[in-house]
Design a protein around this ligand. Structure first.
Ligand SMILES: [Zn+2]
Length: 403
């Protein structure tokens, strides 16, 4: 049993408890209370006045890459087992940065599913994972970038056209162990030859996959950047819009009405713009980023102000968007008008709701698994403190100590 004391607690429910004590028994939180009174026998961990929070959740990342300027080139050159080993290292970086839960939103050859199983079985250490397996893309869509079919078969995406094929592709991902079916509703920034605004999979096609996911209690998510594709995905019954670059008022209203989450991944275009062509990022990605980045931030701010549900995700793996630096997304959220407490909620409780793990993690409460992190100072005053997490516990096990 651990008795963690001498800390302020941000509990993930919007509350701050000063001078808190958290009692951890096995994997779980047994009690959370104000210091004082009777404490059980156990190992006392003095948190040195740090601020404790729930383990953070990154709801959108890709473990096979770590910010390479041209990931498509990397994927073409790299053996799948090499990418898998890198994915393990990247997942560990996420955990050590305080992201005790991550959601993989598409990776090569089911490596995310294999890694999740390896972590759950205790073979290797890493964050709690939710996984999509391969993303579903139409022929020539955002996930179908290779002209040689032998490259894409073991690739990043499952290629499907028409509701029946998309349904079958969704069933296949679910059979392989996907927790969320990821679909490409529009073009994207990183894909050469399409535009973020172009719709791709149709409403009918996406509805088939959403039905399959929901039938077995799983989630469905859409990479959706252009307005029409975003609305197609919402009408198809999607649980989250990923990126959401061009949100108009109607799309925002539809998201609110249906309780659809927005995972904006602001840090992805931020880094492409920051590092640019000089750093080796493909010309088409830099050009598209320059065109969309203003709209993107404006869409995000309007959606947040309108009350759309927000979950924090980074799209880590995109150029210079590295694992372990995930909390930069919270900094950008706050710079774009999000209250620091809400940014923290987006990376904890709200993220847990999107991932369907709200009964297990996301807040610091008795009965939940002990996913706890600590920073030196008050992240409500300086959100960037979350970039320097000093203490990480996942399911009652300490992965990073105070010193
Ligand atoms: Zn992504």
């Amino acid at each position: 049993m651990y008795i963690l004391n001498h800390m302020n607690l941000i509990d993930g429910n919007g509350n701050v408890l000063e001078d808190a004590v958290i009692i951890v028994e096995g994997k779980k939180i047994q009690d959370v209370k104000k210091n004082g009174g009777h404490l059980p026998e156990g190992e006392i961990i003095d948190m040195g006045g740090y601020t404790m929070l729930p383990g953070m959740i990154d709801a959108h990342l890709h473990l096979g890459g770590n910010g390479e300027p041209n990931r498509e080139f990397q994927m073409l050159k790299e053996l799948l087992p090499t990418t898998t080993l890198k994915a393990y290292v990247n997942a560990r970086s996420d955990l050590m940065a305080g992201f005790t839960t991550v959601r993989s939103m598409g990776d090569r050859g089911f490596l995310d599913i294999a890694l999740k199983q390896a972590i759950e079985s205790g073979l290797v250490e890493g964050p709690r994972m939710k996984v999509s397996g391969q993303a579903i893309s139409m022929t020539g869509g955002h996930g179908d970038r290779w002209l040689a079919p032998e490259v894409s078969t073991n690739g990043y995406s499952a290629i499907a056209d028409g509701p029946d094929e998309v349904r079958k592709a969704a069933r296949y991902q679910l059979k392989m162990g996907a927790d969320v079916v990821k679909m490409m509703a529009t073009g994207g920034v990183m894909s050469e030859g399409d535009e973020p605004g172009s719709p791709q999979l149709t409403e009918e096609e996406m509805r088939a996959a959403v039905e399959e996911a929901h039938k077995v209690g799983k989630k469905a998510a859409a990479h959706a950047q252009g307005t029409e594709g975003i609305k197609n995905a919402i009408r198809a019954g999607i649980d989250s819009i990923e990126h959401g670059i061009f949100l108009d008022d109607e799309a925002i209203e539809m998201m609110k009405e249906k309780g659809v989450f927005l995972v904006a991944t602001l840090v992805a275009p931020y880094n492409i713009k920051k590092y640019g062509r000089e750093a080796g990022i493909p010309e088409h990605a830099v050009r598209k980023t320059e065109e969309i980045i203003g709209y993107h931030m404006d869409s995000f701010s309007r959606a947040y102000k309108a009350g759309v549900k927000i979950a924090m995700g980074t799209d880590a793996a995109t150029p210079f968007n590295r694992h372990g630096e995930n909390a930069q997304e919270l900094v950008l959220m706050v710079e774009n008008g999000v209250k620091p407490m809400d940014a923290i909620m987006a990376a904890t409780k709200w993220g847990s709701q999107l991932l369907g793990v709200e009964k297990i993690v996301g807040t610091v409460e008795a009965g939940k698994e002990a996913d706890l992190i600590a920073v030196n100072g008050d992240p409500l005053k300086d959100i960037s403190l979350l970039k320097d997490v000093k203490f990480v516990m996942k399911a009652g096990k300490i992965y990073k100590g105070l010193r």
